[in-house]
Design a protein around this ligand. Structure first.
Ligand code: F0G
Length: 457
């Protein structure tokens, strides 16, 4: 087979910044071993996130110039609204400045003390917004999703039996919402099958629980369905996407992922009463319902990006480029989540650094090592991000200890990715020198963003 090439050529470039390991050592110390506290100009290859970091197309930039900045009733909003209605089949579209603003609005309405929001796996901001409302977030990932190095086609699936059991235990009246995250970001960027979405929907319908999709990476998930679920092999991606959304009562979306936009998000739904409630809250913090915290130009860029992302040449390249890096690492014996996910490569940190106990945050230690050795910025998705404390201040670890290398869309070329694999393999070969970390300062919620750490000597 011929090489799958980047389906674009480059018209505008921006510099990346080189520095030395000695300089990075000082930078990392000053940042308290937290990648969020490193300046981006001190990073060579930035794989912190695929969110808001996409390269926009010439068409999107042209759309930016077309943005109509009227406070109310802008044509840019109507283009945005129509595009999302066509893609999702949902009539009520509410723009927000990013995904978590949509979450905040939704859970302010649906969440409260004593309620449970169930999911395959909630993303960190989603969980935080649920907990802030007083409700509890519950992850019911399928068994395959709990074993990072054992391959399976749809490791993002929700455990339908566990969902049924949870409803029986807590009562449907205490579960105002079920959310399926596609792809399952915190669970390794793994896809959810159409069959699973249908099965979850059936259980939700029986118990009158609304089903929402966290749709950040809907196109990547749809492409996995096309590749891995036989009956979808001959369907187009927009057809698969439309069917996927047809099982949902609504969705939240961060346009910073599968819309190639640098900012933006939305809520979409069928229920008029809920939408009215959402719009009332929207006006208080985000803005009038025809812009919701965005400029008209952002609405244009998102509308164009949502169509571009469903292009199959793009999706083939996208999924292949993650697989390419995963395969190179696997060949060198590096423990990685298998199979490759849709937007990121996930290193299995507790196996990579098996000499560091979980309470010393092997994932965060590995993040530091990758930065020191090669200037690569990654993020821990493990017990620093999701860990809690018991009554005796002992760490209750996360389900998985992962380090995510998220690949921004249309940004890095194959040689950048080859360099990344070389750095990871060199760090793996010298892993025994890496030390664990301890926290010296932390916030009560979303602590990974601001926590300060130091090495354990
Ligand atoms: N849901 C999922 C599955 C996400 O991955 C994110 C963001 C959000 C919701 C929130 O969207 O950032 O626009 O407010 N994920 C980014 C990441 C930040 O790095 O994975 P947002």
């Amino acid at each position: 087979m011929q090489t799958i090439i980047e389906p674009f050529r480059i018209k505008s470039v921006e510099p990346i910044y080189f520095n030395t390991p000695a300089e990075r050592k000082i930078i990392l110390e000053k940042a308290f071993y937290n990648p969020f506290l490193i300046h981006s100009t001190d990073v060579l290859i930035d794989l912190l996130t695929d969110s808001g970091t996409s390269a926009m197309s010439s068409n999107q930039w042209a759309g930016i110039m077309q943005g109509d900045e009227s406070y109310a009733g802008s044509p840019s909003f109507f283009r945005f609204e129509k595009t999302i209605q066509d893609i999702t089949g949902m009539p009520l579209i509410i723009p927000t400045h990013q995904g978590r603003a949509a979450e905040k609005i939704l859970f302010s309405i649906l969440g409260s003390k004593g309620k449970y929001i169930v999911s395959n796996t909630l993303f960190d901001t989603t969980r935080a917004n649920i907990e802030f409302s007083g409700a509890q977030g519950v992850d019911l990932i399928c068994e395959a999703g709990k074993h990072p190095t054992v391959p399976a086609p749809f490791k993002g699936n929700m455990d339908v039996d566990a969902l049924q059991a949870f409803i029986n235990e807590k009562g449907a009246e205490n579960i105002p919402l079920c959310i399926i995250t596609v792809t399952n970001n915190s669970g390794g960027g793994q896809p959810v099958s159409m069959q699973n979405i249908k099965a979850v929907k059936q259980v939700c319908t029986t118990h009158k629980i609304p089903l929402f999709i966290d749709a950040c990476r809907f196109a990547e998930n749809a492409y996995f369905i096309k590749l891995r679920e036989k009956e979808y092999a001959d369907k187009s991606v927009p057809e698969i996407v439309r069917e996927l959304f047809s099982y949902a009562d609504g969705c939240t979306m961060s346009a910073k992922k599968d819309a190639f936009a640098n900012i933006g998000g939305f809520l979409a739904m069928h229920n008029k009463e809920l939408a009215q409630h959402c719009r009332n809250l929207l006006i208080m913090t985000e803005g009038f319902p025809t812009y919701g915290g965005l400029a008209g130009r952002d609405l244009e860029a998102i509308a164009i990006g949502l169509i571009e992302v469903m292009d199959e040449h793009y999706l083939q390249y996208r999924i292949r480029s993650i697989e390419y890096l995963t395969n190179k690492l696997m060949a060198a014996g590096v423990p990685v989540m298998q199979p490759a996910g849709g937007h990121a490569v996930y290193l299995v940190a507790n196996e990579f650094l098996s000499h560091i106990p979980v309470k010393h945050y092997p994932g965060q230690a590995l993040v530091g090592a990758l930065y020191l050795h090669g200037g690569i910025r990654s993020v821990e998705i493990g017990s620093l991000m999701f860990g809690k404390y018991d009554d005796h201040a002992n760490l209750i670890p996360a389900q998985l200890e992962l380090v995510r290398l998220a690949i921004p869309r249309r940004v890095y070329t194959q040689s950048h990715i080859d360099y990344v694999s070389e750095v990871i393999i060199e760090v793996f070969e010298n892993r025994n020198n890496i030390k664990g970390l301890q926290i010296i300062e932390e916030a009560p919620m979303l602590r990974h963003f601001t926590a300060k750490l130091k090495p354990i000597e």
